[in-house]
Design a protein around this ligand. Sequence first.
Ligand code: PMP
Length: 422
Amino acid sequence: MAKTISERDKNSVWHPFTPQLSNEAITIVRGDGALLFDENGNSYVDAISSWWVNVHGHAHAHIAKKISEQANILEHSLFSGFTHKPGVELAEKLLSQFPQMKKVFYSDDGSTSVEVALKMALQYWRNKGKAKTKIIAFENGYHGDTFGSMSVGARTIFTNAFEELLFDVIAIPVPVKGNEKRSIDALKNYMDENTAAFIFEPMIQGAGGMVMYDASALDELVWRCMEKNIITIADEVMTGFGRTGKMFATDHCETKPDIICLSKGLTGGFLPLGATLCTEEIHSAFRTDDKSKTFFHGHSYTGNPLACTAALASLEIFEKENTLKRVGEIAAVFSEWVKEFSVHPEIISARSCGAVFALELKTEGKTEYLNPIAEKVNEFFPKQGIILRPLGNVIYVLPPYCITDEQLGNIIGAIRGFLTLN
Ligand code: PMP
């Protein structure tokens, strides 16, 4: 008998973050709104937006149509010495959202948008004749899986195998409630003449367990960096495009970063694309007759027209459908959930920020990624028709904004059920 896709998968595909002795994968054949469908016709509410990328729903007709039209006109062209309308239009559109920004540099995904940001910041100083190399980051941060982005993230099970090869970064405490002073004192203590940049996930540390902190605490840190001429890099790869309640997390802040990294929700979750935005000041260090000061960075698919078209279509939907209003409604539901679970005996902490909700579960033993509760979560929720992937002992909901109230109800019902089992 012919093998199923999941049987063939086992023989040929190596999946990300997946132990290789237990690689069972559900075959997804179709998506519609907040739902994904498997080969047996089962549906799943995609409660985590397929790794935080989906924004308006799966297979959204408007984005699909625009990509299809563009594919018949121009699928790709090189982007050095050549340009195209979708690339220019998207850059203009993104810049209109960030008045302090001057230029958009495209890459492929979140990790590369961070690599570009780091290289841009370091080369800025070198081009100015000051070889500053020290980078400050938050403890518990995550910025991607390439070497530079791993280096500025926390040292965890994800990075252990490469520890000796990662460059050193100064890690300061995250300014969660009650920790603000420790964070600021550490920054003040560590920043010096050699400090090139401070990189952070604004308001929510995603992969670190949906750790949340106030925009005002970030303002204070960014402000200190500005005083000392330290480049600030906001990694909005997860927080961008509405997750925190505003279009971008840095929209909650009074201070503005020098460099912003975008990806994930940028294309509405349709195609991979990274964008790194920088200010006039950063860009000015590269505008010179000296060709050795060029930013020698690029990827084959830089500025891919299909991806840029998807991003433009997604931004159109934000405007046409007033998507941020729905984000506000989801945020209100999540606030109610936080109230309910704050007093739950199985919960250490219930928190939300915009359309992101997280529960830290009481567990035996370690609270890190390989926590045994993760396996229980991975087994339980798909059987309830829900896709939830835990971060260690943290389960979280980060849905496409088209999710219905009924689907939200299904998710919270399943979470309640899960907690009674444990
Ligand atoms: N930065 C942040 C804040 C992220 O959450 C992630 C991915 N989870 C990345 C960067 C890396 O993005 P990608 O997986 O697209 O390389």
